[in-house]
Design a protein around this ligand. Structure first.
Ligand code: ADP
Ligand code: ZN
Ligand code: ZN
Length: 750
């Protein structure tokens, strides 16, 4: 038997593997994923077995044998490597990049080591040494020993800095057997400083209501009978999904299982973490992008040693090396942050289901607005569907929603960005001392052109997505490349108020202050949250009643509970409808439904005002009724008509180069190679090619970007096409200075 081994996963772009022979005595242990020691040049190195084969790739005699198999963590590593294979195959990337994603890389991390100076067991030795130091006037030694005889142990930096004792002095005392220097790796607990210890693990579980209990019982009954499934909880905001997670997690932990809970980074707030900490205390840890690489690495070591049971974090927490993983939860399953923006561009939902399959775990997905993909699978029985359609707090009801047609406002002579109804409702809140949130939908703000009189949006005649205004006065479709000059008047109603749309939060803040001079206003957007803690600061200030109105972008719609908020105003609800992206309606529905869900979280009834130019659009209408299923059905038929996911699949190729002509040539070449392949292969018969076209961001960081899209009903056919193109790219001369990235069913625009 022979093994393919990747030696250094922290360097190199290419999947360079080396073949080694597996000696008979190691046959059992040398499995895929095993960490092995091999002779390499004059020395030895460690590497991972990523493949096995019967055939030698070069002459037998030249293949060296594996020396040792490092046993520790073999099972978990082999699962992770299988996961890397899955990611590489299904999402496109080098094996190195995939391994990087799934395995914590030790090399890059400087481990923090806690050094302490301690007395040896026998303090008589220390007292003798002290007398000797006094006699010989070794003042540094005297200082250190006096202190140590009192404290027994001192941190290294206290000894060297505060007591000013040199490392050489410590060493000489160590040699004489008087002191010892103890080294410990510091597994920092990120929860430690932020949370009050007395509260840990003390929270009493709530009594679940009937619908919550049903989910809890079903998941556990399946588990006990050995069934492993993926569940989707479709539950309106505030329906008690998190409470269900907590109670199910508790049962898994009782059974000795570990749990990964993914939540979008933006919802990973103090409030959420506190809720888990109150319930599970020290057995919970978190990961987030604000932690250093070292801190994150420490957490994965703690996980591997079984020191924690629950890991909460964004996408990357999926790769926590738990050996007894029993459950993966993905909250806010619809979030686009679950799709990686860096190669490999994997989707956490798919990888979670795969990982669960490898280790026999269950998966729970939860959302108030599930992705079309997840809900479609739940409907067809691939996932098990649960619905929570009422708020869990007794007395809390879903808010009243009013849709305001902005075209009518303009007709009535109101040019303000606040409709008359919204102004009136805002003043009432100010009088009553209640809070309001104003939400500016800025998604898809990439310069689409619309008419302010009739709401008409300039769309591509071939693609049913809005065109983007370019500086040269042209409108361009980024899906098919269609170009048109920007019209001077609206082609539908003739109005001259047709322009690229855009209003900032800052502008709105000014306008609010002008209209309501007495109101206390807070603003939350990319500008005001640049600092590390400012996001939490603004939310907690608002939560404490330090402002009457909170203005913000999508950031404000996530997670937080504000019981005193009784009004949510959504300005320009349809901005995101016009994003040049087939998910535009889905995003809009999500944002509107989630934003509306912020109102009336406490006992006071909530009201929502949705301002829009397209009140008749199904995403707006369904969101106003908080009717997910109605939205789902309309949106699915649109996706089916155009073969967009989940009805079909898309493979996007981003080709980038510092030289424009190289990007163009490479994209054209890939396009024609793909065309030949598609013409030749039976399974590619239905594959459609779109492009090459310039990306929406046609030039970014001095790189020219070109796109190719392939549409096809069957995912495996797109995987085969990707494999073909990948094979070609590796061997072709033309891609030396050109980057190519693959993206299946893209969620983030280009
Ligand atoms: P979601 O995750 O669906 O938004 P949460 O689990 O955060 O919902 O619950 C919303 C609110 O309802 C929270 O304040 C929570 O404490 C409360 N809640 C949840 N379940 C119950 C229950 N069974 N009884 C009473 N209150 C509950
Ligand atoms: Zn088009
Ligand atoms: Zn018009």
């Amino acid at each position: 038997m022979y093994a393919d081994i990747i030696i250094d996963i922290s360097s190199g772009q290419l999947d360079k593997t080396y073949q080694y022979r597996i000696p008979e005595r190691l046959a059992e242990k040398a499995v895929i994923g095993a960490l092995v020691t091999i002779p390499f040049g004059a020395s030895e190195r460690k590497g991972y077995i990523v493949g096995l084969s019967e055939e030698p790739k070069i002459e037998e005699e030249r293949i060296k044998p594996i020396r040792r198999v490092e046993e520790k963590g073999e099972v978990i590593e082999s699962q992770m490597i299988e996961l890397a294979y899955f990611i590489r195959e299904n999402f496109g990337a080098t094996m190195n990049a995939a391994l990087h994603t799934v395995l914590p890389v030790k090399k890059q991390v400087r481990q923090v080591v806690k050094k302490t100076v301690v007395l040896t067991e026998n303090s008589d030795v220390a007292r003798d040494a002290l007398s000797e130091a006094v006699r010989k006037k070794h003042v540094a030694k005297e200082r250190l020993l006096k202190e140590l005889l009192q404290e027994r142990a001192l941190a290294w930096n206290i000894v060297t800095e505060k007591l000013a004792v040199s490392a050489a002095t410590i060493q000489s005392l160590e040699k004489a057997g008087v002191v010892k220097v103890r080294e410990e790796t510091d597994y920092r607990n990120p929860m430690e400083h932020m949370l009050p210890a007395e509260a840990a693990g003390k929270a009493e579980p709530l009594h679940l209501n009937e619908s919550q209990q049903l989910i809890h019982d079903t998941v556990l009954r399946d588990w006990e009978s050995g069934e492993r499934k993926t569940y989707l909880i479709h539950g309106v905001t505030g329906s008690g999904k998190t409470e269900v997670y907590l109670s199910v997690i508790e049962e898994f932990v009782k059974r000795g299982r570990q749990v990964i809970m993914l939540i979008p980074e933006i919802a990973l707030t103090y409030q959420t973490v506190l809720r888990f900490y109150h319930r599970f205390g020290e057995r919970v840890s978190i990961l987030n992008s604000r932690m250093s690489a070292g801190e994150r690495y420490d957490q994965s070591l703690r996980a591997k040693r079984g020191e924690i049971d629950i890991m909460i974090g964004p996408r990357s927490a999926l790769f926590t090396p738990f050996e007894r993983l029993g459950l993966i939860i993905i909250d806010e399953e619809h979030e686009s942050s679950y799709k990686s923006e860096m190669p490999p561009k994997y989707h956490a939902r798919e990888v979670a289901v795969k990982r669960a399959g490898l280790c026999g775990a269950s998966v729970i997905l939860g959302s108030a607005t599930p992705s079309l993909e997840a809900y479609e699978r739940a409907r067809t029985g691939e996932y098990t569907l649960f619905t929570l359609d009422k708020r869990a707090v007794s007395g809390a009801v879903l808010p009243q929603v009013e849709v305001v047609d902005l075209r009518e406002e303009l007709k009535a002579g109101n040019r303000s960005i606040f409709s008359r109804s919204l102004q009136e409702k805002l003043s009432k809140r100010l009088l009553r001392g209640e809070q309001s949130m104003l939400f500016l939908n800025r998604r898809g703000y990439a310069g689409f052109v619309s008419c302010r009189s009739c709401g008409h949006v300039m769309k591509c005649p071939h693609c049913d997505i809005s065109m983007t205004a370019h500086d040269n006065g042209m409108l361009v479709c980024h899906y098919c490349g269609e170009k048109q000059p920007k019209p001077a008047t609206c082609p539908v109603c003739g109005s001259k108020y047709i322009a690229a749309f855009g209003t900032g939060t800052q502008k709105i803040e000014e306008l609010v202050k002008k209209t309501f001079p007495a109101a206390r206003v807070l603003r939350m957007d990319a500008d005001t949250t640049k600092k590390k803690e400012s996001y939490e600061e603004i939310l907690s200030a608002f939560s404490c009643g330090e402002a009457d109105i909170l203005i913000g972008t999508q950031m404000i719609v996530k997670g937080h509970d504000f019981p005193n908020v009784t009004l949510v105003g959504i300005l320009a609800a349809d901005l995101s409808l016009n994003a040049s992206d087939y998910r535009a309606s889905e995003r809009t529905f999500e944002l509107l439904a989630q934003a509306a869900g912020r109102a009336g979280r406490g006992r006071k009834a909530g009201e929502v005002v949705i301002q829009t130019y397209q009140p008749e659009h199904y995403a707006v209408r369904a969101a106003a009724k908080q009717d997910y299923v109605q939205f789902f059905e309309q949106e699915l038929s649109y996706r089916q008509a155009l073969s967009y996911p989940p009805a079909g699949h898309i493979l996007a190729l981003l080709v980038s180069s510092a030289k424009e002509e190289n990007a163009d040539a490479a994209a054209a070449l890939l396009g024609s190679m793909a065309k030949q392949y598609i013409g030749r292969e039976q399974e590619q018969r239905e594959t459609a090619i779109i492009g090459p076209v310039p990306a929406t961001l046609a030039k970014a960081s001095d790189m020219y970007r070109r796109m190719l899209y392939f549409k096809q009903e069957k995912y495996p056919a797109l995987v085969a096409l990707k494999n073909f193109l990948e094979g070609y790219i590796v061997y072709s001369e033309h891609f030396k200075n050109v980057g190519v990235q693959f993206d299946f069913d893209p969620m983030n625009g280009y």
